[in-house]
Write a protein that binds this ligand. Sequence first.
Ligand code: F3S
Length: 295
Amino acid sequence: MEVIVAEHAGFCFGVTKAVDTVYEQIAKGTSGYIYTYGPIIHNETVVSDLEKKGVRVINDIDELEELVAENKDNSKKQPAGTIVIRSHGVTRQVQTLIEKTGFDVIDATCPFVKRIHKVVAEESQKGKSIIVVGSANHPEVEGIVSYGDGKVYVIDGPESAAEFDENRELDYTLVAQTTFNKKKFQETVEIFKNNGYNINIVNTICNATDERQTEAEEIASKADAMIVIGGAHSSNSRKLYEICKEKCADTYFIQTLEDLHLNLTKNVKLVGITAGASTPKNIIEEVQNYVRTNF
Ligand code: F3S
């Protein structure tokens, strides 16, 4: 049986940079606590390793507001600290609050996400309405939306695009969540064009996502079984799973090797493996070794 592991599997450039930033701060012995706003990546193994090394997670805006308040109150003043902003960025409101803590701030927002913030801010200042194609409750999309000054709509794909019924006299600019499914993005764009909207399309799906999805689809098309490794809360991994499942009915979605209960028949000749942007290399290797040695 042959096993193919996707070349574009695992940490992307933005996630690598964010995770490395936190480990560098630990190694430097940065004074005070090191915080991340939200878990640095959607991977429990990495997050719990960081927790053991003393990194604290600020889970939401309420916890952030508490920190700001404690730092104003001299009796409770927190020791010096550093807050790392993770790769998919934060809202403008959160950014302001983070700065108000008085801690050092390291912004590890991926440059591809920063670019979307810039496009949305500039285009909405020109008076355009913004359409973001993505998941409304994903932190990256919440951040993107916050950079719009006027109307901002979030739609989650072709079905919502077909139902979209707003003023066709206005000018719109459309962007995408960096990890959006590129085929669904193209379908969505077509629907807007066909429905008579005056729309400026900025394809902001990042290269890493594009390459990862294209390669996963290619492997899944020829594989008899496909394994997608990714965090349960990682939206790019879920999308990867959907893409593979469409091409290969026998697709497994796992977080770690422990979740894998492969049921391979003798007819299985090719097993493909890919992984989302927040999956560390060692987990991919473990799964790969297990499949190679046990089947
Ligand atoms: Fe950046 Fe793309 Fe990764 S936007 S964080 S390189 S998935």
